[in-house]
Design a binder for this molecule. Structure first.
Ligand SMILES: NC(=O)C1=CN([C@@H]2O[C@H](COP(=O)(O)OP(=O)(O)OC[C@H]3O[C@@H](n4cnc5c(N)ncnc54)[C@H](OP(=O)(O)O)[C@@H]3O)[C@@H](O)[C@H]2O)C=CC1
Ligand SMILES: O=C(CO)[C@H](O)[C@H](O)COP(=O)(O)O
Ligand SMILES: [Zn+2]
Length: 341
């Protein structure tokens, strides 16, 4: 069946290609409707990855955060018109130990495999999760990032000690905001401190116990466990501060992605007996946990609406270029496209 796919062929150049899609008894055809930009997409769009990586991964359609409506279901599980979130990770094997998003055989949309910038997405039925009626489409669009935060917290839980008095989140952007919302709901008896660069952004974190700009952290302040949500070179500075302000034998979730390798003070990690938990992407179970979370915590669900930043209707390739530029310039929130191309 013919489908139009909008692929990034080189930095800042997207071309429409028509591909012949294979259909099986497990295929569900989804019309993408609301797509959200991730930092990873911006890195590809602007050519901020190594040349070898770009050569290896392009051409490909960008975007791995999004939802759409079922237009045809060969599996018989979904109704036409149902709103569904598309899980970007696609495993081809099961492993009892390694989770689906860490299997080298899995494919991940918009990382060497076509993302959601397509006329129709031909998805496997197990890669779709229904959107709750109370969740607006512009929030459902970035469920993937919520599931990433959920996954990171769950991985941290595997290694944490029993001290959960104070969580520290470094990063006052999208991921930091989402992680903070999840922590505040999941750990109502713990204190939550958020560390960021700008007062203006930190004001959005009114629901946490305290916020600090990173140049004014009291020397004696200590956290039990920490989550690094800064990314880029900021990961290095954040990790450095975390090492200073975390209690001995605390645990750190590393979630921010840096384009280039960063320096880490391993000596102090050893001296304080710290545990680092790396976490990347998410799997379908994390999406299901996210949906359950959204259904259980109404206040948290509403808070996610405050994270919607710019929203635009996209009808041409030129609109995509403009939107990626606007997203780069935007100071707060997730940028969501109404995909009408
Ligand atoms: N592990 C995973 O699977 C995933 C990882 N990510 C990664 O997470 C990172 C964050 O993404 P996102 O939240 O969308 O990005 P944002 O740019 O919205 O947020 C990052 C925030 O951290 C702030 N920051 C920078 N340096 C520091 C520091 N030293 N201490 C505290 N805060 C700091 C930034 O401030 P300013 O803008 O002023 O510099 C910004 O507000 C990115 O690297 C992204 O690629 C995203 C999705 C999934
Ligand atoms: O954003 C992400 C998940 O939501 C990941 O950071 C992203 O998938 C990493 O992949 P890549 O190596 O292609 O940047
Ligand atoms: Zn992402």
């Amino acid at each position: 069946m013919l489908n139009s796919v909008y692929r990034l062929v080189s930095p800042k150049q997207i071309e429409k290609v028509v591909v012949d899609e294979q259909v099986t008894g497990d295929t569900v055809i989804v019309r993408p409707t609301n797509l959200s930009i991730c930092h990873a997409d911006q890195r590809y769009f602007n050519g901020l990855r190594d040349k070898e990586i770009l050569n290896q991964k392009l051409p490909m359609a960008l975007i791995h955060e999004g939802m759409g409506e079922v237009v045809k279901d060969y599996s018989g599980e979904f109704e036409v018109g149902e709103r569904v979130i598309i899980v970007p990770n696609t495993p081809f094997e099961h492993d009892d130990i390694v989770q689906e998003n860490y299997l080298s055989t899995s494919k991940f949309r918009s990382s060497g495999y076509d993302g959601l910038m397509q006329e129709y997405v031909f998805a496997r039925k197990d890669r779709l999760v229904r959107v709750l009626p109370d969740v607006p489409s512009n929030v459902a669009a970035y469920t993937e990032l919520i599931s990433v935060a959920m996954h990171g917290i769950k991985r941290l839980e595997r290694v944490e000690n029993s001290d959960k008095k104070i969580f520290g989140v470094w990063g006052d952007g999208n991921l930091g905001y989402i992680v903070s919302i999840l922590l505040k709901s999941l750990y109502p008896n713990s204190k939550l401190y958020v560390f960021g660069k700008e007062e203006g952004k930190l004001e959005m974190f009114s629901f946490v116990d305290e916020t600090f700009t990173i140049d004014a952290i009291p020397e004696e302040l200590k956290v039990s466990n920490a989550l690094e949500c800064a990314g880029g070179k900021g990961s290095q500075y954040a990790l450095d501060q975390i090492i200073d302000h975390i209690k001995p034998q605390g645990s750190i979730a590393l979630m921010g992605v840096s384009e280039n390798p960063i320096e880490v003070r391993t000596r102090m990690i050893l001296e304080k007996g710290l545990t680092l938990s790396g976490s990347s992407r998410s799997g379908v179970e994390d999406f299901k946990d996210t949906i359950n979370f959204l259904s259980k915590y109404e206040t948290a669900r509403k808070r996610f609406e405050n994270l919607v930043g710019i929203e635009r209707k996209i009808t041409t390739i030129m609109d995509i270029y403009t939107f990626f530029e606007e997203d780069l310039a935007s100071s707060w929130g997730k940028s969501v496209m109404k995909w009408e191309i």
